[in-house]
Structure formats: structure tokens, C-alpha cells
Design a protein around this ligand. Structure first.
Ligand code: KG4
Ligand code: ZN
Length: 377
């Protein structure tokens, strides 16, 4: 990163965001004034074709982005009433994601920025998810505990300032959304599975199937290396066995809602416990959820039920901003722009990359000394 002088932090800026990391072609215009982010426009085109294959087919995704990225961006600029020349910067997702898909958005974003004489800023997709909530909830600003739950990632972060992310925990195997999608497949449900399972689970009996809560033990303490981590592969295997039993008994159709409920309750309990631990360890009174799984109302309500009585507020984006979208990329890009960041024209795409500003901590140096405002249980 290099470039022109650092813009004053509070200078207003208008940023176009482009997101093509997976199966949504999206463009948005966001205006930033100081700490306030205003969504001027957002266009999201979902590539429904992947449902036929039960998962995202990379080459089909790239080709669909290629045919749609120009009209989608045009539409976002028109909806905002902004000409390319009026933009301050173009922010584009450059990692992580499907490389072929990323390259499409990046090539177009660079060309547009180049033609308009504006800088391009590469944005990390998961940092984008952290910025989604502030577009709807102006108070969803650091310091906060961040739980990012998407199809590819499950990250528990302590965010003391934008750009400064302390990684507390992550999944040891499947991401939360991936677990929803795989379990849906096991039960013969369509892709993506999260929304379908949530709907089915509403009808399910919570006492019928009880699965073990992964990585949650009564005697865990702050020094344990699995204190904040999660793991969902054992839960998935437990579900597989239960599905097989139901199939053998010919009862899968009637068991589906109960299985969905048992699975969802176990996954949510785990995420809630870890999130609560993180907020408590750092004395945070704000919890920000992000990523596609944050669409899940049962999850949001369960986190709220756990931390609200202890004085913390939970912020979650609406589904449009929780799932992949370019508004979150524009917001993160606008913040980076205001802090002087510019990417070079040689900006590249990466399938996997760490969020910039991420630090790791062993739980041993996690400060209980930050002052626990959230009392234990
Ligand atoms: O953040 P996202 O749109 O894309 C990635 O960056 O991965 O997340 C997609 C994931 C999928 O796994 C999908 O099943 C899950 O979010 N998802 C949900 C719900 N809606 C979407 N999971 C649980 N409950 C939902 N209501
Ligand atoms: Zn995402």
C-alpha cells in the first residue's frame, strides 16, 4: 500500500464497492463522514444456478460475474445518482474467495478506477462482514466482540478499534455455514442449507435429538487453548448417524424438523457460549454479528438472551447485509481510504489470506484485567 497523502479522517468520501468473491455479483455506493456510513445504493445479483449442483461451481461463478458485473455496477452508480468521476475510490474484494471469481470484480474495479483517475483499494471479505452492521446500526462500532459466521469462516474477534482485530477463536474444522450446508445435504435438503434448516427447526421438538455441544466443557478455563475455539465436524457426524437411523426406520420425513432443531440448538449453544466468554473476558458491552449465518434469528436471539441481561447489546445486520454484498466492502474500503490506504495497480487476488490488522493471542494473555463488566453466569 502506498500513495497520496493521508486524507483527514473526517473528510467525507464516496466509495464504490465491488464484491465477486463467491456467488453474488454485487456493487454499492457508500458515503462516509467521520464515523458515519451511509448506504447510497446496493445491488446484489445472486447466482441461483448453483442450486442445481448443490454447491458453488467456480467456473460458472466466474462466467456469471463476467456477464453481470458491468450492469450491476452501472445500476449501483445510477441508483446512487453518482458518476464514476465523483467517486473518491473504488473498493474491491481481493481475498479470500474463489480466485477466478475475485479476478473478475478486481479487473473491472481496477479498470473503472483507472479510467476515472481514482485509487483502487483491495478489501478483505471478512473485514467487510465486520463493517456490514454499522451501515444499519450506527452504534455497532468498536470496541466490540465480533462473531463472524459465514460459509467459509467462523471467527471470534475482539475489536478494540477498526483495523485492529484480535483473533480469539476460530473453527477447528467446518465453518458454521458450511455445517448448515452439509447437514442440509445429509437430510436431502437444498443448497444453501442455512435458511431451510432454520425454517424446519422452528417446527422441531428440541428434546427429541440432543447432540453434544462441541468444545464446551463445564471445567474449561481461560488458559485452555480450546476456550474460544469451536468445532462442528463431530456434530455433523452425530447428525449423520441420526439421519441413517431415521432412514433405516423409514421415519426421515417426520424426523427432519426434529433433527434440524437438535443440530441448530447444539451449534447455536456453542457459538453463544464462546461469544459470551469473549465479551466477558474483554469487558465488551457490544457484540457485533456478521456473515450469512447471522441471518439466523434463533442465533441472534440466543446471543442476545445470553449477554443482554449482563449489560451487553447485540447488533446483527438484516439478511441483505449479513450475506455477501458490496456495501460492506465499500464501507471497509471507505474506512481504509480515510486512513490513507491505496492499493497498487498490481493488487492481486488470494484464495486465502489473513485479515489485515489481525493479531493472535494465546488465551493465557487474554486480559481478565480488561475489567469484566459482564458478570459470570
Ligand atoms: O457470508 P455468506 O453469504 O457467504 C460466505 O462468505 O460464505 O454466508 C453464506 C452461508 C451459507 O453457508 C448459508 O447456509 C448460511 O450462510 N446461511 C444461514 C442462514 N442464511 C444463510 N445459516 C443459518 N441460518 C440462516 N438463516
Ligand atoms: Zn461472506
Amino acid at each position: 500500500m502506498s500513495g497520496p497523502p493521508i486524507a483527514p479522517d473526517d473528510a467525507p468520501s464516496l466509495v464504490l464497492g465491488i464484491e465477486t468473491s463467491c456467488d453474488e455479483t454485487s456493487a454499492a455506493v457508500v458515503e462516509r463522514r467521520g464515523d458515519a456510513f451511509t448506504l447510497r445504493s446496493l445491488v446484489i445479483l445472486s447466482q441461483d444456478v448453483h442450486r442445481l449442483f448443490g454447491g458453488v461451481v467456480p467456473e460458472i461463478a466466474s462466467r456469471a460475474h463476467l456477464t453481470r458485473v458491468v450492469p450491476v455496477t452501472r445500476r449501483a452508480l445510477d441508483d446512487a445518482g453518482v458518476a464514476a468521476g465523483e467517486l473518491d475510490a473504488v473498493a474491491v474484494t481481493h481475498a479470500p474467495g474463489l480466485v477466478g471469481a475475485l479476478l473478475v470484480g478486481m479487473s473491472y474495479g481496477k479498470a473503472l478506477a483507472f479510467a476515472a483517475g481514482r485509487p483502487v483499494i483491495g478489501v478483505h471479505h471478512m473485514e467487510g462482514h465486520l463493517f456490514a452492521t454499522v451501515l444499519e446500526h450506527p452504534d455497532a462500532v468498536p470496541p466490540f466482540t465480533g462473531l463472524l459466521v459465514s460459509g467459509g469462516h467462523t471467527l471470534l474477534l475482539d475489536v478494540d478499534a477498526w483495523g485492529s482485530y484480535r483473533l480469539l477463536g476460530a473453527t477447528r474444522d467446518d465453518a458454521a455455514g458450511e455445517a448448515f450446508d452439509k447437514v442440509a445435504k445429509l437430510m436431502g435438503l437444498p443448497y444453501p442449507g442455512g435458511r431451510v434448516i432454520e425454517q424446519l427447526a422452528r417446527e422441531g421438538d428440541p428434546t427429541r435429538h440432543r447432540f453434544a455441544r462441541p468444545m464446551v466443557r463445564a471445567n474449561q478455563t481461560l488458559g485452555d487453548d480450546d476456550y474460544f475455539d469451536v468445532s462442528f465436524s463431530g456434530l455433523k457426524t452425530g447428525l449423520l448417524h441420526a439421519v441413517r437411523r431415521a432412514e433405516a426406520a423409514g421415519t426421515l420425513d417426520e424426523e427432519r424438523p426434529h433433527l434440524a432443531r437438535g443440530f441448530q440448538d447444539a451449534l447455536i449453544d456453542t457459538l453463544v457460549e464462546k461469544t459470551y466468554r469473549a465479551a466477558r473476558a474483554f469487558g465488551r458491552t457490544r457484540v457485533v454479528l456478521g456473515g450469512g449465518v447471522a441471518c439466523n434469528r434463533a442465533l441472534v436471539e440466543a446471543v442476545r438472551a445470553r449477554v443482554a441481561p449482563r449489560g451487553a447489546t447485540v447488533y446483527a445486520p438484516t439478511p441483505r447485509l449479513a450475506t455477501d454484498n458490496a456495501a460492506m466492502i465499500a464501507a471497509a474500503g471507505a474506512w481504509r481510504f480515510a486512513h490513507g490506504e491505496r492499493s497498487g495497480w498490481d493488487l492481486n487476488a488470494y484464495a486465502a489470506r489473513e485479515i489485515p490488522g489481525l493479531t493472535r493471542t494465546t488465551t493465557r494473555d487474554t486480559p481478565d484485567s480488561h475489567g469484566n463488566t459482564l458478570p459470570p453466569n
